[in-house]
Design a protein around this ligand. Structure first.
Ligand SMILES: *Cc1c(COP(=O)(O)O)cnc(C)c1O
Length: 387
């Protein structure tokens, strides 16, 4: 289906019916598969004959999700995982060995940093952190044993961005794999592989499901890399369940429409916030005032649903805004149809020291909104109550 447009692939790719001729994709809730004969079993296990054996290895519903997501990211292959963290861990464990070194953006999802510092570091893999957008820091951090660059762009909550194409030139020149966590934009708004990245990682829990129903993740890359990652998931077990695969498969159908609506609502909210006296600063990539607006415009097709803003009066004022809302959900989750509101300094970034928070520009007055799909006028009214 190579020539088809994104929206068509999002509906049609990976679709295959059984002999029952069901129109919606079937959910194969089975742990194992049976064989016609002992010979067929032997051939399946020896890989002479392709086909299902056991759901830790493959499952038709999971396969449909992997094929569709690969088509949407412009990747050769995909392996689905039980969560976004499982996808990140599987990528690192498959691609790095003891003695290797990773350069990572310090502006990543908090648990990704915890994973690197407390788990990956136990396997004698060195880690250096750099500021996401500063290409010279990436270059300077390269060592002889550097195997992987790992980052998210744009970062959450402030929308820092790195030029993926420019960074891929540095990684390629040094024989390093460039892995991009694309959860914040989803394939509907950014395709890092087309920009030069080697690996794309997803928490499908976020926008790909988009409705807060389940955990899921995925790794996308060329066949050789995905073979290594799936060898890891087959042996260690963080495979995606068929039921959750079906949820995220259905999520992909409406992803592009939803991302347009998230982006539209987010820009409306950000534009309104800019006019409020009690708001010191608004961070949204879609605003021309954002320092990364131009760069983001060249590699993203829209700006997504995350808006942050700083209120005057620090933590007390921020808590007042959060507590005065009546519709919004007070939760640290993002990428849902429901708008969520959170105070990063005391939740998602609560583990950082005061100094680290200052370095990361996470101040006490900062509020993060993951703008959902409600009427944005109602969302604005709700936020205005505590301002
Ligand atoms: C949520 C998130 C993750 C972790 O995904 P889970 O599905 O919760 O394991 C990783 N990266 C980013 C950018 C996220 O937002």
């Amino acid at each position: 289906m190579k020539d088809l447009k994104f929206d068509t692939k999002a509906i049609r790719e990976g679709y295959r019916t059984t002999q029952e001729q069901e129109h919606s994709e079937a959910i194969f809730l089975t742990s194992s598969f049976v064989f016609d004969s002992a010979e067929q079993a032997a051939n399946r296990f020896s890989k002479e004959e392709p086909g299902n054996i056991y759901a830790r290895f493959t499952n038709p519903t999971v396969d449909a999700f992997e094929k569709k997501l690969a088509a949407l990211e412009g990747a050769d292959a995909c392996v689905a995982t039980s969560s976004g963290m499982a996808a990140i861990f599987a990528s690192i464990m498959a691609l790095c060995e003891s003695g290797d070194h990773i350069v990572a953006s310090r502006n990543m999802f908090g648990t990704s940093i915890v994973l690197l510092n407390t788990i990956v570091s136990k396997f004698n893999v060195g880690i250096s952190y750099v500021d996401l957008g500063d290409l010279s820091q990436w270059q300077d951090a390269v060592q002889d044993n550097t195997k992987l660059f790992l980052l998210e762009t744009p970062s959450n909550p402030l929308g820092e961005v790195v030029d993926i194409t420019a960074l891929s030139k540095i990684s390629q020149a040094n024989n390093i794999l460039l892995a991009v966590d694309n959860a914040i934009l989803s394939p509907a708004l950014q395709n890092p592989i087309k920009l030069g990245a080697d690996v794309v990682i997803h928490s499908a829990t976020k926008y790909i499901d988009g409705q807060g129903r389940c955990l899921a993740g995925a790794v996308l890359a060329n066949e050789a890399i995905i073979e290594q990652v799936s060898a890891f998931t087959r042996a260690t077990g963080p495979s995606l369940s068929a039921f959750n695969a079906w949820i995220v498969l259905k999520g992909l159908d409406t992803l592009s429409l939803r991302m347009k609506a998230h982006s539209y609502n987010a820009l409306k909210l950000a534009t309104w916030l800019q006019t409020q006296d009690q708001v010191e600063k608004v961070h949204y990539l879609g605003l021309e005032s954002h320092p990364n607006h131009t760069l983001a415009s060249t590699q993203q097709s829209d700006f997504g649903g995350i808006v942050s803003f700083e209120v005057k009066g620090g933590r007390e004022a921020a808590f007042k805004v959060i507590n005065a809302t009546e519709i919004l959900s007070i939760t640290a989750n993002l990428g849902d149809t429901k708008t969520t509101i959170t105070h990063p300094a005391s939740t998602t970034h609560g583990r950082l020291t005061d100094n680290e928070k200052q370095q990361a520009n996470i101040n006490e007055g900062l509020i993060r909104i993951s703008v959902g799909l409600e009427d944005v006028g109602d969302v604005i009214n709700d936020i205005s109550k505590g301002l």
